[in-house]
Design a protein. Structure first.
Length: 125
């Protein structure tokens, strides 16, 4: 049984971030807070800690249920983390997507050259 693991490694293992590098950069930028305090990537994760993770416009809240060091499948990863994010955050994200001037439904495909030029004109890319 593992007693402690680095925060960046845990965030990667439970699939909050796609890579450890992304987790490290997010920690260094101050987007990850435990008890309202920004933490370093080397912070030792403890069971029961509640952390907030700022990913773009969305602020997610997670509770540590278990310590894990290796990346596992998504079905197994949910045993080690509990998502405490309020539904208002997800609704806020939906509203932002709908109010964007160039919102494409999933499966719509790549933007055309004309669409890309318009998005660039409005500063979206």
């Amino acid at each position: 049984m593992i007693d402690d693991v680095r925060l960046d490694k845990w965030l990667w293992a439970v699939r909050v971030f796609k890579t450890r590098s992304q987790a490290i950069e997010s920690c260094k930028a101050g987007h990850i807070k435990i008890n309202g305090i920004s933490v370093k990537p080397s912070h030792q994760v403890k069971i029961g800690e509640v952390m907030t993770v700022q990913k773009g416009e969305l602020t997610k809240t997670y509770k540590v249920l278990g310590i894990i060091e290796q990346r596992v499948s998504a079905k197994v990863a949910i045993q080690f983390v509990e998502d405490l994010t309020p539904t208002e955050e997800y609704e806020k994200l939906k509203e932002i997507k709908q109010t964007m001037p160039f919102y494409f439904d999933p499966g719509f495909g790549r933007p055309t050259k004309r669409n890309r030029r318009m998005m660039k004109k409005f500063g979206l890319i």
